[in-house]
Ligand binder design. Structure first.
Ligand SMILES: N=c1c2ncn([C@@H]3O[C@H](COP(=O)(O)OP(=O)(O)OP(=O)(O)O)[C@@H](O)[C@H]3O)c2ncn1[C@@H]1O[C@H](COP(=O)(O)O)[C@@H](O)[C@H]1O
Length: 133
């Protein structure tokens, strides 16, 4: 795997482009212009909140299992490829959930940007100190 692949704005634009496709599918589904039999994205939207959120749980579990298998097979290339595929499924289904709840990947990226440079340990301690936990 190439560690330098897709760093920087290419990642943002790839996610934004896919989110545009997902949002368009959602609008088309709501308008009755797209058939869940021909669009997997529309099929997911037809399942509503519970179906979409359940799918995230399933995809997360599949990604965890692929990671464990990858480790056991000493990171064999084909297992790494499977792990990337499962992570892609997970990210895709997260984009579906964001769209369902009126959000965009840009919102998540902005939050991650905001956190840059703040240690998770410090942030957790600050939350405890202000009683937010
Ligand atoms: N990126 C994706 C994408 N990633 C994963 N998937 C689908 O997500 C599913 C993964 O779920 P599973 O592994 O559980 O497989 P499954 O057995 O088919 O699912 P279930 O029957 O268990 O629900 C597969 O059917 C994949 O095809 C995706 N489907 C669509 N996209 C993008 O969305 C666009 C629009 O897709 P359609 O709405 O189908 O035209 C496509 O052009 C792609 O760019």
């Amino acid at each position: 795997m190439n560690n330098s692949a897709k760093s920087g704005s290419g990642l943002d634009s790839a996610l934004a482009h896919l989110a545009d496709v997902v949002d368009q599918r959602r609008e088309a589904f709501k308008a009755g212009q797209i058939d869940p039999k021909t669009s997997y994205t529309a099929l997911l939207f037809s399942k509503g909140d519970d179906g979409i959120l359940k799918k995230i749980g399933e995809e997360a579990t599949e990604a965890v299992m692929a990671a464990k298998d990858s480790r056991q097979s000493q990171l064999a290339a084909e297992q790494q490829k499977r792990l990337v595929g499962e992570m892609a499924d997970l990210w895709f289904h997260c984009l579906i959930a964001l769209s369902q709840f009126g959000l965009r990947p840009e919102d998540v990226i902005a939050e991650l940007d905001r956190r840059l440079g703040t240690s998770g340990i410090e942030e957790k301690a600050a939350r405890k100190a202000t009683g937010q936990e």
